[in-house]
Structures are given as structure tokens and as C-alpha cells.
Ligand binder design. Sequence first.
Ligand SMILES: Cc1cc2nc3c(=O)[nH]c(=O)nc-3n(C[C@H](O)[C@H](O)[C@H](O)COP(=O)(O)OP(=O)(O)OC[C@H]3O[C@@H](n4cnc5c(N)ncnc54)[C@H](O)[C@@H]3O)c2cc1C
Ligand SMILES: *[C@@H]1O[C@H](CO)[C@@H](O)[C@H](O)[C@H]1NC(C)=O
Ligand SMILES: *[C@@H]1O[C@H](CO)[C@@H](O)[C@H](O)[C@H]1NC(C)=O
Ligand SMILES: *[C@@H]1O[C@H](CO)[C@@H](O)[C@H](O)[C@H]1NC(C)=O
Length: 695
Amino acid sequence: MGSSYPNTAQGLHILIAGAGIGGLAAATALRQQGHRVELFERSRLANEIGAAIHLTPNANAALLRLGIDGAKFGAVEAERQLRIYTPSGEPLAVIDSKEDAAKWRHKWSLVHRAHLHEGLKVAAEAPGPGTPAQLHTSSKIVDIDPENATLTLESGETFKGDVIIGADGVHSLARSRLSGGSGVKPFSSGRNAFRFLLKRKNAEEDPETRSIVIDKSSVDMWDSEEKRVVIYPCSNNELLNFVCIHSDTLSTINTSSDWNQEASKEELLETFKEFNPQVLKILAKADPQTLKVWPLLDMETLPTWVNGRLAILGDAAHPFLPYRASGGAMAIEDGISLAVMLSRNITPQEVPERLKLYEKARHTRATTIQQMTRESAQPQPHGEAERMMNYIYGHDEFDHSTQVLRKHLWGQAPAKYWRQPIVFGPMPGPRQDWWGRSRAQKSLKSTFQTASIRFKTSRTLLQNLLPNERYSFTDPSTVAYASFSQTKLHGMDWLGGGGYRHLGLYIEGVQYKKSDGEIVKGIYLPVLFENLTDPIVSGREELGMPKLYTAIEAHERSNSYHLMTSWQGAVWGHFHLEDLEDQDPSSTPPPNVGKGDLVYRYMPQVGRTYKGQPEAEYAVLVPQEEEAKNVPSTIKRVRTTKNARFEIDALGWESLPTLHHVISRLAEIPVDEILSAKVVDGEGVADVSCARRIE
Ligand SMILES: Cc1cc2nc3c(=O)[nH]c(=O)nc-3n(C[C@H](O)[C@H](O)[C@H](O)COP(=O)(O)OP(=O)(O)OC[C@H]3O[C@@H](n4cnc5c(N)ncnc54)[C@H](O)[C@@H]3O)c2cc1C
Ligand SMILES: *[C@@H]1O[C@H](CO)[C@@H](O)[C@H](O)[C@H]1NC(C)=O
Ligand SMILES: *[C@@H]1O[C@H](CO)[C@@H](O)[C@H](O)[C@H]1NC(C)=O
Ligand SMILES: *[C@@H]1O[C@H](CO)[C@@H](O)[C@H](O)[C@H]1NC(C)=O
């Protein structure tokens, strides 16, 4: 990420317990971040479970970040309709999936679980980008040490990494290594589900069941409070997936096995015996070899998913009931989130903090969707269902986690400057680089060329340019001294080595009286023109400087210097310095600036109701002596002359629609006498970081 400090970290060594959907998604995402990933899977991964799952739009959004497109391995888009019937076959509702799908940027698809698993495995192990993940099968983990990120296999072998990710499913061992995790065990939600796959052709060829399956890409559901049969296609529409949910008193679960539960067809048909004969006919086609029964497990919310260098994800952290098709999706989102938080450039020391961020990004969402899923065991009122769908499916975890991390990184540098627009993060500028470091050192190399004309003028006229009665002239005389001073800056680090020009009116002998009576003397600056947006914005917002835009063009000859100031072609000022003569730079006395430059900050509020009520209004001091210590400057060349003049033409409102009110006042300033004029060249440009409120 652009805003993190550059470093030379080589990528982390990440150990993942369990190569299910969540473990493989995390492995793929993390290796793509440039980390070295090893997966440990207790099974041989030979016989993945034969059933289908939904890839909801949020799941596809996450998979797409991994470069995985379910369509490549037979995912079917749920593009037709969802038809809901009563158990006896009365139509209840037909929901047009097309209309619904138009809401989502990503597909809603149906995929064979084994194909998804294989697709993820291929992506995890494929060559480039990053290092392919290394998969150890037949490697049962028997112990995990969250502090040192070590894991121990049944064989006694141990592995040490920088992070351990517990993706070991609903009966997780990793979970028991979390604080508050060892007591939390999954329990039956009171329902079991039969699942099997059937060749569509089988049902199409049978005239009795043909009408159910003739519409490809449709989902059919026979629903009651107690039981539910759902049929949806997968594998390029060639297979039909059956999920038949029922009370856990009606089927037998082998509690010593978790996934591959053999089930009996008699139990299946007995359980749904009151359903419409057409449904029973299609259930009877179940191949006993693929027919399984799953307990639908639920679990208490874990207080935390993270301990030291260990984080858990997927079913280990939050098993889902199947009603919102979210278990696989949430496991994939977890993997994406982890990879965002464990960004490419982090060091092993940062891991525990980043894992907490992962939890921060994911815990609320997963827990909320678990609860929505529980409620969805019963049909939900339309508005409620819609709200759930928007929350669950209208999400992109990469975008979400990226923002959580970004805010964290922004928050780590509380001293960084913020300026509008803030949504992109803190803004580098004249005083701070990308990483929040001061630019003072860099400013030493910047160059300046200042051409100024000092003149004698009227105190009573200039007095009208003071912001309020706290500002006054130190001397009651009606004579005042002021300068127009123009500076060309170059070699500015914060402008990529470029520069700009500024021109201001500097009024000498002004003081500010604080509320406690203390007097602050300085040079008062009523307006400063600049020819570039960036310093205008930062100067107005950060320093309270009265900056405005004007174009400043100069031509310099061997002994003369000429400036022309304009706005969109309307020329309002000419400044001429002629017969310039070189002086010995060391003999030039430093200017007497008092405490520094005095300016006045004024920020209006938004909205007409606040008319006359500023958001901020106060006196600001730029202490030039402090500035000079911060960024000392060296004078390289000094040329002076008595032959200088300037002409200011206020033009009219039409020519200077936004500046006329300023220029017309400058044009009024009488020049009683030109006292001196000079051009000074030097190196080292103050960064104005000492500017502060006077009180
Ligand atoms: C009936 C039903 C229907 C579902 N339908 C959907 C759906 O439509 N959409 C959806 O998104 N999700 C669905 N799911 C849920 C989804 O399949 C799971 O949520 C998802 O597979 C969880 O992935 P996981 O990687 O966390 O866990 P698992 O897939 O269970 O993987 C855990 C892995 O860890 C391994 N392991 C366990 N212990 C160890 C150990 N000690 N050492 C080494 N390895 C170990 C296991 O062998 C396994 O490979 C459904 C689930 C059920 C039961
Ligand atoms: C972790 O490693 C440290 C240092 O190697 C060791 O002292 C400590 O006992 C280890 N912790 C555990 C729980 O093994
Ligand atoms: C239950 O599952 C275990 C482990 O898979 C198996 O050894 C056992 O035979 C099963 N029992 C029954 C009754 O199917
Ligand atoms: C501002 O002045 C600098 C220095 O002369 C010049 O290089 C730059 O082009 C000017 N910028 C604009 C926007 O005119």
C-alpha cells in the first residue's frame, strides 16, 4: 500500500492448518502477496465431498481477487428463477433471479464443492505470482503454539513460521489455543441435511420428474417450518445438487466422523414421505454412493479469533447453517482479509497487530451473518430478507479490509497533516513527505531568488489593511515602510524538484496585542499571491496564510529584473528593477523582522445560515528566527539598485472578477519614495513549519 513506510521485508513464512476451502483460499491470497505458505492437511485430499455450494456475489467478488473464475470449472449461473412450493407442491412464489442479479456486479453461481476445492488448490500451487504454496497432505496437526508460531504433526515433526492460520474446520484444534476458545464446541442446531448429486439427464428422462428439471439454471425449493428440500444445478448444468433439511431426530449421524457421513436412502424417503410424489420420485433416484447426511452445526460466538501469531478462519471460527449459503463464502472472505492485513511489506514483528486488524474487519460481519442465517431457518418477511441479502451479498471483502487497514495506518501517524480531501488519507505537502517525515533536511538544497522593492508610504492608508484593533503600528507616525517582494523557488522536494513564484506585500512596524497585554512585533502580510495551486492550498489550510492565485512572469537580464502579474490574461502589475549592481553578500545586513511575519487566519463556515460566523479566525505568527534555525539559508548573490518602480492597475471587476477588490486596494497605496530594491539569490528555503497561532 502506498501509504506504508517502505521497507525491505522479504515476506512472511505462513503455516496453514487445514486445506479446506478456507485454508486454500487464504493460501492463494497470501502467496499472491509474496509470502511463503505451507499447508498441512490431515487427509490425503483424495475424496473431496461430493456436493454443490452457492457462490454468492460476495464469494465471487472475493474469488475474482484471487484470479479464480468458477465458470472455468463448471459453475452454473443462477440466472433463471427461484421457485418456492409447499411440501405438497403448491406454488408459493417465483422469484426472478435475473432481476435480482442485476443488482450485483458479480455472478451468483452454483458450483460443485469438489471443483471449487480443486480450483483453489490449483491456484494455491500454481507458478507465479509469488511463491507457490507447499501442500503437505496426510499431515495431522496435534499441537499449535500461538506465541512462537510452531505446529506439531502427529509424526512428531514440528514447523515454525511467522504466522499460523487455523483453517481446520468446525472441529478445530486451533480454536482450543485461543483465549476463551477451548470451551467452545459446535452443537447441533436441531437439524440435519441429506445431500446428494444426481445427473440431470436421469431426471429429464423420467416423464414424472422431467417438469421439475426442464428449466436449466433454476433453483427449486419445497419449504415448510420443519423440512426443506432444495434442488439446484452445478457442473455445467449436468448435475443436480440436493439439500434436504430435516429434524435431527429423523436421521442418524455417526458422531465419530465429521464430513463423510454415509446415509440411508430409506431414511431419506421416510423423512420426506409427506412431500409431493414428484419430489419423492426424484429423491428416490439418489445414488446411495453419493448420499450423505450432515449435522447442521452451530456454535457460540467466540470472543476472539486471534492469539499472538495464531488466527483462525472459516468454520473453525464461525460455522454456518446453510440457509444463507454463506459458510464457504465467509471462509474465502476471511482468507482475502488476512492477505490484505498481512500485506506484502510487513515484518514478522507486525504480525500480531495485523491479525487483530483481521479480526476487527471480519468478526462483526461473520457474527451478524451467522445470526441472519439462524433466523433464515424460517421464512423471513420480504423486507427483512431483502435487508439480509443486501448486507450479505452486497460486499467486497478486499475493499472492506483494505479500508480497515488504511485507516489503521493513517491512525498510526497521528502527527500527519490532513487537508481536504481527507478520504484519500493524510496529504503530503511542503512540510511532510509521504511517510510523515519532516522535509526540513531536503529544503536545505532548495534555491530562492527574491526581488523586492522597499518604499515609504502612508501608515493611515495601510492601517485599513489590518484585520482588527489588536493589530496596530508600533509607531504613531503617519509614515510607514513596506515592500513588494517576489520570490522564485526552485528545487523543491515536495514539488518533485520544481518550484513556483510568490509575491506579497510586507508591511513593517506592525504589532499584535495579545489578550494578556503582551505585544508581538513583526512584519504584517495582508496578501500573498502564488502561481501554483499546491502551496496556496497547503498554505491557506495549514498556515492560515492569506494566499491567492496570480500568474507571475519574469524576465531577467544581466542587470535588470522585470515582473508582470496577471490573472487569466488580465495584467494588473508591473515591477521593474534596473541598474542592478552586485554587492558583497557578507556585507548585507539581515532584515529586521521582529518576532516574524504576522498573518490572520479566517475560515468561513459552510452554509448561508452561518453567514458572518467563521469557522476559525485568529492571529498567526511565522517566527522567522526559528524558521531560520530549522532551515538555515545561505545567500549566494546580492544585487541592489535605487532604480526601481512598480505600477499596479486595478483594471475593472470584469477583468479581475475575483481579485479586483484586492488589487484595487494595492493600487491605492501611495509610493512616497523608493528606498531600495534588490535581488537576492540563495539556497535553503524555510518550510514554514514553525507557523503557529499567537494565542
Ligand atoms: C449442508 C451444508 C451445505 C452448505 N452449503 C454451502 C453453500 O451453499 N455455500 C457456502 O458458501 N457454504 C456452504 N456450506 C459451508 C461450507 O462448505 C463450509 O463453511 C466451508 O467448507 C468451510 O471451510 P473451511 O475451510 O473453514 O473448513 P473445511 O472445509 O471443513 O476444511 C477444514 C480442513 O481442515 C482439515 N483438518 C481438520 N483438522 C485438521 C488437523 N488437526 N490437522 C490437519 N488438517 C485438519 C480437514 O481435513 C479439512 O480439509 C455448507 C455446509 C453444509 C454442511
Ligand atoms: C517460545 O520460544 C521461546 C524462545 O525460543 C521459549 O523460551 C518459549 O518457551 C517458547 N514458548 C512455548 C510455549 O514453547
Ligand atoms: C462411524 O465413523 C467411523 C469413522 O469414520 C467409522 O469407523 C465407523 O464404522 C462408523 N460407524 C458407523 C455405524 O457407520
Ligand atoms: C510558476 O512559476 C514558476 C517559476 O517561474 C514557473 O516555472 C511555473 O511554470 C509557474 N507556474 C504556473 C502555473 O504558471
